[in-house]
Write a protein that binds this ligand. Structure first.
Ligand code: HEC
Ligand code: HEC
Ligand code: HEC
Ligand code: HEC
Length: 127
């Protein structure tokens, strides 16, 4: 009986481990699993360290919420993946498709601030 319980426990812990979402403090690259067949290595992004070095205080600078086409200043969507709202292929509703959403967020800010990588291989680094 004791052995059975131990095995059950090991299975339960293993299951939790395998299905637990990646916490942002452990994130080192932006996951590319929402793309059907990724062409590039996932982009380097050490979530918390990046945001601290870049001095970004507002989570919704990236995890934004729009309502009726307007950005909602005090809300954030960090419980959602970007891909929950941005589809892989563009629709004709003006919503950026997923790759464009990432590039429009990451690369655009680096260009505007003239700080942070803008070359493909600087973000999509071969491991
Ligand atoms: C500032 C960082 C950054 C730069 C610079 C950048 N990307 Fe990306 N790119 C991303 C992120 C983040 C994603 C989302 C998925 C991931 O992590 O790869 C992405 C996704 C993609 C995807 C879709 C997923 C895939 O692997 O097929 C392609 C293709 C891509 N980028 C190509 C490029 C090319 C080509 C360039 C240079 C012209 C480039 N990227 C420059 C950050 C960047
Ligand atoms: C510079 C952009 C940026 C900022 C600022 C930012 N995040 Fe994120 N965060 C991301 C990206 C990109 C992902 C990956 C999203 C995806 O996989 O679709 C992510 C993922 C997450 C996740 C989900 C982890 C997972 O397993 O999917 C959480 C939770 C999160 N962020 C919380 C926060 C909180 C809290 C803040 C503010 C303290 C914050 N983020 C600020 C870009 C940012
Ligand atoms: C809850 C839904 C939702 C989530 C989650 C979401 N977006 Fe968006 N995003 C939108 C909507 C709606 C628009 C506005 C389209 C329009 O202009 O009408 C938008 C616009 C954008 C734009 C263009 C305008 C701008 O603000 O620069 C970029 C870039 C973008 N999203 C990137 C991202 C990234 C990167 C993530 C994940 C970190 C993300 N989005 C998560 C709904 C979402
Ligand atoms: C609001 C502006 C902003 C956004 C959005 C942003 N970055 Fe950055 N990023 C910066 C700044 C500023 C730096 C330089 C920070 C420093 O001085 O170290 C930087 C540096 C980097 C670096 C090099 C340093 C490091 O942390 O390895 C990488 C890689 C990077 N960003 C990837 C990304 C990716 C991927 C995204 C989108 C998921 C993103 N950034 C979104 C502002 C931004």
């Amino acid at each position: 009986m004791k052995r059975f319980v131990t095995v059950l426990l090991a299975v339960a812990v293993g299951w939790l481990w395998a299905t637990a979402p990646l916490a942002q403090e452990d994130m080192e690259t932006v996951p590319n699993d929402a793309f059907t067949s990724p062409q590039r290595p996932p982009a380097v992004f050490v979530h918390d360290a990046h945001n601290e070095a870049a001095g970004i205080d507002e989570c919704n600078r990236c995890h934004h919420v729009y309502r009726e086409g307007q950005l909602v200043p005090d809300e954030s969507s960090e419980d959602y993946r970007c891909s929950d709202c941005h589809a892989e292929t563009a629709a004709d509703d003006g919503m950026p498709a997923l790759m464009g959403a990432f590039h429009g967020n990451c690369k655009q800010c680096h260009l505007e601030l003239e700080n942070g990588p803008v070359m493909c291989g600087e973000c999509h680094q071969r491991p």
